[in-house]
Design a protein around this ligand. Structure first.
Ligand SMILES: Nc1nc2c(ncn2[C@@H]2O[C@H](COP(=O)(O)OP(=O)(O)OP(=O)(O)O)[C@@H](O)[C@H]2O)c(=O)[nH]1
Ligand SMILES: [Mg+2]
Length: 334
């Protein structure tokens, strides 16, 4: 059985199998992962992380693939993480052009990994950040994370990135609907993909207007206004424009909030780890499951039982008494 020391040593030596293994440890909440991460954590923080999300079928995987190509042409190394993909990066569904994909997987400057959210007990955002951390420590310049969807879980996954790119396309799964579902709020950059199909221009104009209404109110001008970039990932068009937009957002972050934002995101990761472990411990080794069952069997309501559980747990965790000052991390519990 591999020890965490072996594996982190091999990761730092550039062994891709060790990288893959460590990501599996993160995904499976392996107890060896924390020690492995701490031995490589000094190397974390050099990669740029870009989250790519949007409705199913918008062309995210195609776009990620093209972005990776363009980044490789610029001599940037790329780690790709597809979270719960419905169109996998391997197996052909993604790419009309399999030969290029095979080239890509032979390229030591690219690493591609899928991660399933099933079975990770809501810990998918935690596991994604862990996976990005080890890819970062491994030494990739750029990390691209694709996740499908528009819900809270995807938002949690994607919001850990430095840049959030929201991809929409004309037609089915209408972009404006996606924006109404809250994607406008989270996007640093909006991509209208499939610019080769009718309606793309119109959608881009509508989105520009929506962004303008949101960011240029009478009393408030946003510091960053998400640009709307038109691309055709399938035709490999618009990648330079997208990377320019990313570069501008990067400069914007470097001009101010980058360190504070990354620190806040690290604090959010701490919260995820604590919540996950706490819940595991409560219903596992601490035996609260049995207690709950006995109370419910005795006829108490779920709220009464929950209140009993909480008072026991909270009484045992005297945070306020320990001198810690709550709220210092700046992490929000939302
Ligand atoms: N016409 C056109 N089709 C595209 C373009 N980009 C992607 N597609 C097609 O759109 C379909 C979906 O592409 P994917 O890249 O798998 O989309 P996705 O957003 O990753 O999909 P999910 O991961 O399933 O949500 C595929 O048939 C692609 O070939 C484009 O720029 N133009
Ligand atoms: Mg996809």
């Amino acid at each position: 059985m591999a020890s965490s020391d072996d594996l982190s040593g091999r990761l730092l030596a550039g062994e891709r199998a060790a990288l893959a293994r460590l990501i599996s440890w993160a995904e499976n909440s392996d107890r060896r992962f924390p020690a492995a991460l701490s031995s490589v954590y000094g190397r974390v923080g050099r990669a740029w992380r870009t989250g790519i999300t949007g409705p199913p079928g918008a062309g995210k995987s195609t776009l990620v693939n093209e972005l990776a190509s363009t980044l490789r042409e610029r001599d940037r190394t790329v780690g790709i993480l597809a979270v719960d993909p419905s169109s996998p990066f391997t197996g052909g569904a993604l790419l009309g052009d399999r030969i290029r994909m095979e080239d890509r997987t032979l390229d030591p400057g690219v690493f591609i990994r899928s991660m399933a959210s099933r079975g990770s007990h809501g810990g998918i955002a935690r596991a994604t950040v862990d996976a990005c951390d080890v890819m970062d420590a491994f030494g990739f310049d750029e990390i691209l994370v694709e996740t499908v969807g528009v819900g809270q879980a995807e938002y949690d996954v994607i919001s850990a990135a430095d840049h959030v790119v929201v991809v929409v396309c004309p037609g089915a799964g209408d972009g404006i609907q996606a924006m109404k579902a809250g994607l406008l709020e989270v996007a640093d950059i909006i991509v209208v993909n499939k610019s080769d199909v009718p309606g793309a221009e119109r959608l881009a104009m509508d989105l520009e207007e929506a962004v303008h209404l949101r960011t240029a109110g009478p009393r408030h001008v946003a510091a960053w206004v998400p640009p709307v970039v038109q691309c055709s990932a399938a035709k490999a068009e618009g990648m330079e424009a997208l990377l320019d937009a990313v570069a501008r957002h990067r400069e914007y972050l470097q001009g101010g909030e980058l360190e504070a934002t990354r620190a806040r995101k690290r604090a959010e990761q701490v919260q995820r780890v604590v919540s996950e472990r706490l819940s595991e411990a409560l219903w596992g080794e601490l035996g609260y499951g049995a207690l709950v069952k006995s109370f419910l069997d005795a006829g108490s309501t779920p709220y009464d039982v929950a209140s009993d559980v909480l008072s026991r747990v909270l009484a045992g965790v005297p945070v306020a008494a320990s001198g810690d000052r709550a709220g210092e991390t700046g992490a929000s519990a939302s």
